[in-house]
Design a protein around this ligand. Sequence first.
Ligand code: ZN
Length: 135
Amino acid sequence: MIKKIEHIGIAVENPEKSNEIFAKLFGKTSYKTELVESEGVKTYFYKIGESKIELLEATKEDSPIKKFINKKGQGMHHLALHVEDIHSELARLTNLGFEAIGDIKQGADNKLICFLHPKSTGGVLIELCQEQDPV
Ligand code: ZN
């Protein structure tokens, strides 16, 4: 079951510049940064009330964020949905015709994640995420 919006991901070209902009906008700096080596992404997390915003910086040329920015420019990248059980939720959604991009994998912020292809979701890249027990 989908519980809530977990966060919104924003692809940024220049993290210094974007962090300055969003810190001004939100009135606070990011509370956490994390490098996800396997994805070629560095993330900067902001929290506004119950909601989280994740800025995404490409750390290598073949990073999906780099490809996204080259194609569409920086900006809104994905909508992340919090699910209780990512395996059953992904099975439910693929049964309904949604298309997963790759397998369930380890994402930032101690979560299991999987993306749904925007061509199956009306143009929106959707990330399913399941909280893992703290390590
Ligand atoms: Zn995300």
